[in-house]
Design a protein around this ligand. Structure first.
Ligand SMILES: Nc1ncnc2c1ncn2[C@@H]1O[C@H](COP(=O)(O)OP(=O)(O)OP(=O)(O)O)[C@@H](O)[C@H]1O
Ligand SMILES: [Mg+2]
Length: 460
């Protein structure tokens, strides 16, 4: 019997901590009329941009954004990345968000257009719903049966595993293949867990711990689930979220099959093989077949390309074409530049806004972000301090906010952690003005570092 392992949702297509600076952002913070409250969803101020992003979310939900993309333009640290993240959050849970910077597309191994396509596909989710025949229940017995090793030697092998499953309606004992025993061990199944085993693939999934075993701890990592109702052997709808890129990678190996099952089966065996256009179109074919059959549903997500001025002509033309595709994700570009030359254009003297060629600018909905005033800066810093669990004195907060207005919000936010270390070292619970001043001496902001450079004409 084949053993098929499922997609581990935590592993499939999630980028690590790139957005940790934005953990306080929970959405755009709009009311039901699309109007932004001054402080909501983790955001402070920047109301026009938030409302504009809200309209974009509505356009996507009503499927009227195809062929268009978004540009968020504004000075550094005015919340461009935060807005893009919030848009993906507003689109719904499990909507893929794929953040990259322009320069990531250049590598010696992969063509830049291919790298762009890869990121496009990382931003397109596929929700697969399958009704499968399963055995589900609380494990009441788990006994491996040993046998003499048929190859001789002293060791013993496992010939079967006996699993007893219980539901509200009855119990069943299953005698299973040793390969399933391995999956049971991988999922760390023990007596008292609720699991299901797919009957034709043998895949095992641990649902949680049966709530009959619930303990009285207030906080515990374990998830308790009720005893399943119905028979042990039944049909069950199983939902999995993957991205098209996951499927590409899974099938970049020659043994990749033609149906979703074998496509998914390959998911946990990563191996670097080139993903060709041919392979992608084959995956597309299978995917559209499953969409037609109602088994799968496309979930277009958000591809966020920061520092868009790093893209060149070749990528822009490709981007233009990719936007036309019927399954494109929402592409959000961001830039903090003004007029610059377009990389790779014939005439380097011609400048274009944000380094984007005019024909693409034409397709863009442009959202502008504005610098924050003193009050807004102050609230953002104090929210961030709360999140990072640091206490800050009122006058120190004022000082930091002033600093933020004069230099940049990000600079002030970045001083928060070192300042808290200084205060802790000095044995104080709260950051005071002195800590901020000390930090300022230790770490330069961009204006001051430029000043030092121009004055001394050497190095910092
Ligand atoms: N309106 C806001 N409310 C709350 N936090 C904000 C707001 N704007 C920005 N921030 C926070 O400030 C920090 C800087 O913002 P962000 O990274 O989004 O700026 P950016 O415009 O993308 O800057 P850059 O041009 O340098 O990429 C982040 O931690 C972000 O979460
Ligand atoms: Mg940014």
């Amino acid at each position: 019997m084949v053993q098929i392992s499922e997609v581990n949702e935590n592993q499939a297509s999630q980028r690590e901590n790139r957005t940790a600076a934005h953990t306080h952002i929970k959405g755009l913070g709009l009311n039901e009329h699309g109007v932004a409250k001054n402080i909501d969803g983790g955001f402070v101020g920047q109301k026009d941009a938030r409302e504009a992003c809200g309209i974009i979310v509505d356009l996507i939900k009503s499927k009227r954004m195809s062929g268009k993309a978004v540009l968020i333009a504004g000075p550094p640290a005015t919340g461009k990345t935060a807005l893009a993240l919030a848009v993906s959050q507003e689109l719904g849970p499990k909507v893929p968000f794929c953040p990259i910077v322009g320069s990531e597309l250049y590598s010696a191994e992969v063509k830049k257009t291919s790298a762009l396509m890869e990121n496009f596909r990382k931003a397109i989710g596929l929700r697969i719903k399958e009704t499968k025949e399963v055995y589900e229940g609380e494990v009441i017995e788990l006994t491996p049966e040993e046998a003499e090793n048929p190859l001789g030697g002293y060791g013993k092998t496992i010939s079967h595993v006996i699993v007893g499953l219980r539901t509200a309606k009855g119990t069943k004992n299953l005698r299973l293949d040793p390969s399933i025993y391995e999956s049971l061990q991988k999922e760390r199944v023990t007596v008292g867990d609720v699991i299901y085993i797919e009957s034709n693939t043998g895949a095992v999934k641990r649902v949680g711990r049966s709530d009959a075993y619930a303990t009285e701890f207030d906080l515990e990592a374990e998830e308790y689930v009720p005893l399943p109702k119905g028979e042990v052997h039944k049909k069950k709808e199983i939902v999995q979220d993957v991205t098209l890129h996951d499927l590409d990678v899974a099938n970049a190996r020659p043994q990749g099959g033609q149906d979703v099952l074998s496509m998914m089966g390959q998911l946990l065996k990563p191996k670097k093989t080139e993903i060709t256009d041919k392979l992608r179109s084959e995956v597309n074919k299978v995917v559209s077949k499953y969409i037609d059959q109602g088994v799968a549903e496309l979930i277009p997500g958000v591809l966020f390309i920061d520092e868009v001025n790093m893209l060149d002509m070749e990528i822009f033309t490709y981007l233009n074409k990719a936007l036309e595709s019927s399954i494109a994700p929402l592409v959000i570009l961001a830039s903090n530049r003004g007029l610059t030359t377009v990389k790779g254009s014939d005439d380097p003297d011609i400048k274009a806004p944000h380094g984007i060629p005019p024909d693409l600018v034409d397709r863009l909905l442009i959202v502008r972000t504005l610098p924050y005033n003193f009050d807004e800066t102050k609230i953002i810093i104090s929210k961030r301090a709360q999140l990072e669990n640091v206490l800050i004195a009122v006058d120190a907060l004022t000082k930091l906010a002033e600093k933020g207005v004069n230099t940049s919000l990000r600079y002030s936010l970045q001083l928060l952690t070192p300042a808290s270390i200084l205060s802790t070292t000095a044995g104080r619970a709260e950051i005071n003005v002195q800590d901020i001043e000390d930090c300022e001496l230790l770490f330069l902001d961009s204006t001051r570092s430029t000043k030092v450079l121009t004055e001394t004409k050497t190095f910092l």
